[in-house]
Design a protein around this ligand. Sequence first.
Ligand code: NAD
Length: 261
Amino acid sequence: MFLKDKCALITGSTSGIGLAYAKAFAAEGANLVINGFGDAAEIATICKELAVTSGGRAIHSAADLTKRAGTEQMMADAVAAFGGVDVLVSNAGMQHVAPVEEFPVDKWDAIIALNLTAAFDAARLAIPHMKAKGWGRIIQTASAHSLTASPYKAAYVSAKHGLAGLTKTLALELATFGITANCISPGYVWTPLVENQIPDTMKARNMTREQVLNDVLLVRQPTRQFVLPEQVAAMAVFLCSDAASQITGANMSMDGGWTAE
Ligand code: NAD
């Protein structure tokens, strides 16, 4: 329970990878601020379960992080509840797939706002509290797409490359303050988001489930296996530990070998 009495704020944590982070940090005793959309009753149950696991408190911010005011409100709520944020995980993200010349400009703006600008604003607002305590951990869920590109994902690839650059800058600026900043860069992770794409892809491509899994989704991952949200969360817990105090400015690939090719 090495995160007892610390506050971990995880953006986009009502499902998928973000929820796995929240559960893993709760198991280490952290107070939690979770964020994201979803059914209010289900989110209340998640908060209750997290608090039971941690023995601390868990609150939810429904802030829309495509808007700067949303990120500012979420951070203000965290400070009001816990006096600051010790572990900041910027994880909320969205995707849109289209050729550049047809890419809807509102989708470009929203993806850059959520996947990159919200991480900048959250860090900007968390750092003074971390500096005051002389300890902090900033973790970004980047992606294999922070290191490599795919066609038709201009906004996502640009935002994730930007997030990797932001993280290196944070690492250098914060190096003498006991604060580390790192990216975790998964390949395909088995989340509801990915699972829900399978039936439509089967229909659209006239493929079996197996074909979609292997020939569409896992074709770039040499292990031919999905990353599990719990594996990503375990990496985040490690990055918070004392053993990881000299890991800063790193981009931790968890992609079954994708970016080794
Ligand atoms: P998900 O869709 O399961 O979860 C996304 C979370 O973000 C949800 O809690 C959702 O409510 C929240 N969210 C969406 N829009 C928001 C907004 N405007 N404001 C605040 N919260 C918002 O997705 P996931 O697969 O768990 O992805 C989480 C992160 O991991 C993203 O940054 C994504 O780019 C990254 N990632 C995912 C994969 C993958 O294969 N699933 C691979 C690499 C990186």
